[in-house]
Design a protein around this ligand. Structure first.
Ligand SMILES: Nc1ncnc2c1ncn2[C@@H]1O[C@H](COP(=O)(O)OP(=O)(O)OP(=O)(O)O)[C@@H](O)[C@H]1O
Ligand code: SF4
Length: 296
């Protein structure tokens, strides 16, 4: 249980954030981190004044710094806590914090037991100097584990600001795991903004046509059945993968890493970007003023 001092420290930090969106998935590898990164980029791009943060609490597999092109940057400790790493060219409007910045070598894995993970999450919530933010996007590990519980427990003072987005692929096995996410959100009274079906169909790299080579539409059907808003489908998009890899300086067409502005210009040209803009516009409509969407 969090003590009073910890609770006060978390509220002090998070009170200056308007909306906190937690990205969940029942299964690993469905694209939760790429959806989190795209969500942060789109919220940042949606208005010239929007201030956005992204917190990566996927402690054993942090991939957000790589996707935002800030991999390898160092986190500075100021007298008032950790300063987030700001994406180059984003004029301090797109900040990121991840355990990926704290491990010595890129590729080192973090092998921690529950209490240490819990302590790290609490520190992320109480010690990062986000300042005023419109949105904080939180990328979580797959499934619903100790990390999720400690996240919610520590954020209890700011619970009304929280909501979740669930990412799935259309396959039956992934959809079954969405039900576990829903049990979790219902048991913890976490409002669900909606479901995103990722890797639904395939964008042909030659002509841009979307073909439904795999099953598709399962996410939409499930959302309807469960009374959840369906936020949209994203196809398998090879341009997106190339872009997110290149952002870290690791892709074939890499220019040694790109800033947020360059990343955004290139992202805007991908087939995913247009679809994601629609997702963000539905999602932001659902956010205010009452976040209680999933009332089951
Ligand atoms: N729509 C998409 N089109 C093409 N590739 C995608 C798409 N979404 C995700 N990917 C790719 O699939 C891989 C897994 O994606 P990602 O890391 O976002 O998944 P995850 O659910 O966060 O995984 P983990 O379980 O490791 O947390 C990445 O290489 C990513 O670039
Ligand atoms: S989608 Fe169009 S370009 Fe792509 S393989 Fe089919 S016909 Fe060819």
């Amino acid at each position: 249980m969090a003590n009073d001092q910890e609770t006060t420290a978390v509220s002090r930090r998070l009170n200056s954030i308007k909306h906190i969106i937690i990205v969940l998935s029942g299964k690993g590898g469905v694209g939760k981190s790429s959806v989190s990164a795209q969500l942060a980029l789109n919220l940042y791009a949606a208005s010239p004044t929007a201030r956005v943060g992204i917190l990566d609490v996927d402690l054993t597999g942090p991939s957000i710094p790589r996707m935002l092109g800030v991999d390898g940057h160092a986190v500075h400790q100021s007298s008032d806590g950790w300063v987030p790493v700001y994406a180059d060219g984003a004029q301090g409007r797109l900040g990121c914090m991840s355990v990926g910045f704290l491990v010595k070598n890129k590729g080192d894995s973090v092998v921690w037991r529950g209490p240490k993970k819990n302590g790290m999450i609490r520190q992320f919530l109480s010690d990062v100097r986000w300042g005023d933010l419109d949105y904080l996007v939180i990328d979580t590990p797959p499934g619903t584990s100790d990390e999720h519980l400690s996240l919610l427990e520590h954020m209890s003072p700011v619970y009304p600001k929280l909501s979740a987005v669930i990412v799935t692929t259309p396959q039956a096995v992934a959809l079954m795991d969405v039900m576990k996410c829903l049990s979790f959100t219902r048991a913890t009274n976490l409002p669900v903004l909606g479901l995103i079906e990722n890797m639904s169909g395939y964008v042909c790299p030659c002509c841009g046509e979307v073909s439904n080579v795999f099953s598709t539409g399962g996410g939409k059907d499930m959302a309807e059945r469960e009374g959840l808003p369906f936020l949209g489908s994203l196809p398998v998009d090879t341009e997106l993968v190339t872009l997110l890899d290149a952002a870290s300086g690791g892709g074939e067409d890499s220019t040694g890493g790109s800033g947020a502005f360059e990343l955004l210009v290139r992202y805007e040209k991908t087939p995913s970007a247009k679809l994601f803009r629609e997702i963000v516009s539905t999602l932001t409509r659902n956010l205010a003023p009452d976040q209680s969407i999933d009332s089951k």
